[in-house]
Design a binder for this molecule. Structure first.
Ligand code: PEP
Length: 251
């Protein structure tokens, strides 16, 4: 039985004061009982200390939105996996579509980042997903599986023994247009079947979460699907009440 995971990706939003309020709301909501789900928040880098300190002693887990593939050195503006580990970060989002599209991250670079995160003892959350155009021309599955295959090629399927996969169709991110539960379940099953061809135990155990306009209203239906193990939530994770409702939607 896979444990559920709900992660909030705060993206480049918030101030010290906003995050203080958000954390208070989240910690209050969590203390009132959110069961059977690991809850993660991924703040912007400068707020990691504030968030890890506020989360201390609670069940809230801290994640990061990105990482450098290099371990240290002359990489101005980058943040190494060991530095994140130093701040008790446990999950690292890797290969978000905004990183792929706006910052030109390739499958090869993303695979290197997955390796860096795992070597530092944290859990990569590998984001995969097709664009609208790829879906419309029938290339959604091939696109998503190629993104996963590049990690298998670099590290073997065992990389997914300690990773999370986030299926995030690009057309659903930040658009208010979530994939239907049928579309999401289908792709999650396709991913699991692909991994099973390499290693059935890894395929069965890996958490595959869905991201793309998850809200308090659609989370329950999505999370009820057999291959959907929770969510990666952008916009709705900036509202404590909505995010807690999403976490509670895990049955
Ligand atoms: C995301 O950015 O990972 C995401 C899923 O965003 P949203 O929930 O706002 O669509």
């Amino acid at each position: 039985m896979r444990r559920a995971l709900v992660a909030g990706n705060w993206k480049m939003n918030g101030s010290r004061a906003d995050i203080n309020d958000l954390m208070q709301g989240l910690l209050t909501g969590l203390s009132e009982g959110v069961n059977g789900v690991d809850v993660v928040v991924c703040p912007p880098f400068p707020y990691l200390t504030q968030v890890t300190e506020a989360a201390h002693g609670s069940e809230l887990i801290v994640g990061s939105q990105n990482v450098c593939e290099q371990s240290s050195g002359a990489y101005t503006g980058e943040v190494a996996a060991s530095m994140l580990r130093d701040f008790n970060v446990r999950y690292v989002i890797v290969g978000h579509s905004e990183r792929r599209q706006l910052y030109g991250e390739t499958d090869q670079l993303i695979a290197s980042k997955v390796g860096a995160v795992s070597e530092a003892g944290m859990i990569p959350v590998l984001c995969v997903g097709e664009t609208r155009e790829q879906r419309d021309r029938g290339a959604a599955e091939e696109t998503v599986l190629a993104q996963i295959a590049s990690v298998v090629a670099a590290h073997g399927v065992s990389a997914f023994a300690d990773s999370v996969i986030a299926y995030e169709p690009v057309w659903a991110i930040g658009t208010g247009l979530s994939a239907t539960s049928e579309q999401a379940q289908h792709m999650h099953a396709v991913i699991r079947q692909y991994l099973a061809r390499h290693d059935a135990a890894v395929a069965d155990a890996v958490q595959i979460v869905y991201g793309g306009s998850v809200t308090a209203d659609n989370a329950e239906e999505l999370f009820a699907c057999p291959d959907i193990d929770g969510g990666l939530v952008g916009g709705a994770s900036l509202n404590a009440q909505a995010f807690i409702r999403i976490c509670k939607s895990v049955s």
